[in-house]
Design a protein around this ligand. Sequence first.
Ligand SMILES: Nc1ncnc2c1ncn2[C@@H]1O[C@H](COP(=O)(O)OP(=O)(O)O)[C@@H](O)[C@H]1O
Ligand SMILES: [Mg+2]
Length: 318
Amino acid sequence: MNKRIQNPAEFGRVAVLMGGAAAEREISLKSGQAVLAALLNNNIDAVGIDVGENPIEPLLGQGFDRVFNIIHGRGGEDGVLQGALEALGLPYTGSGVLASALSMDKLRTKLCWLGAGLPTPRWMKLRGPEDADRCADFLGFPVIVKPAQEGSSIGMGRAENKNELLEAWERASHYNCAVFAETWIVGQEYTASILDGEALPLIRLETPRAFYDFDAKYRAETTRYHCPTGLPLEKETALQQLALQACDTLGVTGWARVDFLVDQNDQPWLIEVNTVPGMTDHSLVPMAARAAGLSFEELTWRILETSFRRGGEGDAAV
Ligand SMILES: Nc1ncnc2c1ncn2[C@@H]1O[C@H](COP(=O)(O)OP(=O)(O)O)[C@@H](O)[C@H]1O
Ligand SMILES: [Mg+2]
């Protein structure tokens, strides 16, 4: 459990880092503005900083006491910023270096889960078009092809045959990271929001599109969000426990969002963990928080409290 703060002055001067240079820059700016407004409504001495390539320079000599990090993707969510902040001695929200780096890499995340005996769909790394035949033999079809270190469904595609697999590999190969194919799971999609060692109510996502792609996430009006899910309590609790274990395995702390699917045999499959999830007022963590009775202002306060928990990171459960 984090230290609970009663008085906004105890947070000191807070830098809200947003933007960054990754593909999810625009989403981060929206999240950052929403977080900044909520912190100011809480009478917290917060300053928004839109960082480009160098997130450290604007922090120097400004008398900041802590950082609310809302930079999504590489450079903000992957351990790099976390390492720099550790070196500067500035406390920050969310996971530390190791858990951030592991969670950003979907392949290594899966290796950790597999090692811990947690369910994640079968996969194969695609080094190039020459792996298409082996992949077809090993996984069959359909599969989903992903760049290992992107977010917001960027560069992803479903493939039903070898030609589509080659096309999907081509699309996924432009992101300067490994590419892999994963068995396509037919079933229901859920996300579990984690705050200070506890899971908030699950959300079930429904889209008429092939999957929860960039448009379904940010543009389409046809995406449905079911929160509460209506699952029997026992089932909801079991899935929340699985999400907590998924985080614990990676050493994820503070707050996070775990994406998973449940197939037609009721078997859950872990997909990925976001250690700096979206925080626009349409985002999923705020939606789950609302279902738990937490306003957006209360949620940002609780997330900022996670900056007090440093040292021995990842030792305790989430
Ligand atoms: N194995 C899978 N089977 C079916 N759909 C999947 C699978 N993996 C991912 N998806 C779909 O793709 C979306 C994005 O995948 P995810 O791994 O969560 O990447 P991102 O980091 O971009 O959110 C998921 O929300 C889900 O709709
Ligand atoms: Mg996801």
